[in-house]
Ligand binder design. Structure first.
Ligand code: SF4
Length: 491
């Protein structure tokens, strides 16, 4: 798909979980008093969906007597949950697999498994070419992991890359291993029925399917009861969420959003990702009705040129996108909007690029994930079009896009000066233990002194913003913090 200028991996959800640390391993965990017989180590790459999947994998393995470790040296099983969205992510995974070779030499019983999108995409190649891989499991086959580990223990290769039309892991409670105890991802659907021509996801994650609504609400309620104060409903295209059964009325994404929001006013709700063609007025009005549904929408535009959007098979025009931005602002004037933008897609001209810069100005994005196009094998674009924009042109256009975005981000933050932001505290500031760090409803990072108030992580505070940078708002808690404090008591 696309390559970033900065080298960060594209995430499905920017902002709150923006600091998904690529490749970070899980914290050690114990479930009840169960003595674990073996230890697994897992690294995750790519989007928020992948990180959420790793929590499902951890749950499945825990249930079979495997405990997680953060120390790769003491692991009996090493898993890499992989991303195929761009070439660089795949290269990183291959490098990691090579590094594990020395561990396998030291410990003959050590098993190495590849999970996720790369497993789906490269399947047999891993087993034939990469002698260091024992297990290959696609995103819909994690339930078979314990059995596959058993096969690999016997010296066979454990492989399951079957895609499913039903699997949603609805009944599996994810193990929140690397959590801050405040924010959690909740997967509401899997796969994607869109066929954006640059994207590998429809081939690696299969057809779209929605998870049972009741299990989603139950998971969110359980998180709230356990002290979490923000859930992010995740899917490749959340607005096409649709759950129908004989037993209960049909549930749309707007219905689901409302049900989760009604768990408690103290629980913040976010969601990602929205496709511009699918987000409805119903969803926007539901957001507007509930203060605890965050005023923030990630609405990837990808390109500002209608001609390029057609080649990308995005099924909307620049006019449609602008009208959607207008509608969001009409219903929620204070709503933040972020985007994904690709420079240098096949046949992109300077005029197309100028359209992209123009639409950025129009939408005044708070934030964007910006990439230059790199062709991914098997995609429609690879089969139909020529990747004909020279690399230096792609990079130059991307630099221009980044420059515009930096200016817009700073200007958007300046709007918040002398305004009060309600902040959910996520932890201490990285720079000072005397400061809290959290986010406001629009997903902007806010840092403020702890002062004398006895707030804790997961509490709300009303903060008057006095200064800002491109990425952060700085402020102080207002003298009368009683409205935010009422939420902290769960009122
Ligand atoms: S909506 Fe398009 S870009 Fe997003 S996952 Fe589906 S095919 Fe890929």
């Amino acid at each position: 798909m696309a390559e970033t200028l900065t080298g960060t991996v594209p995430l499905l959800f920017p902002g709150t979980h923006n600091e998904l640390r690529q490749g970070e391993a899980f914290e050690p965990v114990a479930t009840g008093n169960q003595p674990f017989t073996r230890r697994f180590y897992i690294e995750s790459y790519g989007c928020a969906m992948n990180f959420a999947d790793s929590e499902v994998v951890a749950s499945i393995l825990n249930g079979e007597g495997f405990g997680a470790t953060r120390n790769v040296e003491e692991a009996d099983l090493i898993f890499i949950n992989t991303c195929s969205i761009r070439e660089k992510a795949e290269l990183t995974v291959r490098k990691r697999l090579t590094e594990f070779r020395s561990l396998k030499k030291k410990n003959k019983a050590l098993l190495v498994g590849v999970l996720g999108c790369m497993a789906e995409r490269l399947k047999a190649k891993f087993l034939e070419e990469e002698k260091l891989v024992d297990i290959v499991v696609g995103p819909d086959a994690y339930r078979s992991l314990p059995a596959l580990v058993g096969e690999a223990d016997l010296g066979q290769k454990g492989v399951n890359v079957l895609l499913s039309r039903e699997e949603t892991y609805a009944d599996i409670t994810p193990v929140r291993l690397n959590s801050n105890g405040v924010n959690a991802f909740v997967s509401i659907m899997r796969g994607c029925n869109n066929m954006c021509s640059f994207c590998v996801v429809p081939f690696t994650r299969g057809r779209e399917r929605s998870r049972e609504a009741a299990s989603i609400v139950a998971e969110c309620r359980d998180l709230f009861d356990n002290g979490y104060r923000e859930v992010t409903l995740l899917g490749q295209n959340v607005d096409s969420y649709y759950y129908a059964s004989d037993a209960a009325p049909t549930v749309t994404f707007a219905n689901l959003l409302e049900s989760v929001a009604m768990i408690s006013p103290s629980l913040r709700v976010r969601f990602s990702t929205s496709h511009p063609k699918d987000i409805t007025d119903d969803v926007l009005h539901t957001m507007a009705r509930h203060e605890n549904i965050c005023r923030y929408i990630h609405l990837p535009v990808q390109s500002g040129s209608s001609r390029v959007l057609q080649l990308m098979n995005r099924t909307y025009t620049r006019e449609w996108y602008k009208a959607k931005v207008d509608r969001i602002r009409e219903i929620m004037p204070d709503c933040g909007i972020s985007s994904d933008i690709i420079s240098g897609f096949c046949t992109e001209t300077e005029a197309d690029h100028a359209d992209t810069l123009e639409i950025m100005e129009y939408a005044h994005f708070d934030y964007s994930y910006m990439y230059f196009y790199s062709e991914r094998p098997g995609t429609l674009a690879q089969r139909r079009y020529t990747d004909d924009v020279p690399l230096e042109v792609k990079k130059r256009r991307l630099a221009e896009i980044v420059q515009v975005q930096n200016r817009l981000s700073l200007a958007n933050n300046q709007y918040d000066l002398n305004q009060v932001s309600r902040v959910l505290i996520e932890g201490e500031s990285k720079k000072s233990e005397d400061d809290w760090m959290g986010r406001n409803s629009q997903n902007k990072v806010v840092v403020f002194p702890k002062g004398a108030r006895s707030l804790v992580k997961g509490d709300y505070a009303d903060v008057l913003v006095h200064s800002c940078s491109q990425g952060t708002l700085l402020g102080n808690i207002v003298a009368d913090n009683s409205a935010a404090a009422a939420l902290n008591k769960g009122n």
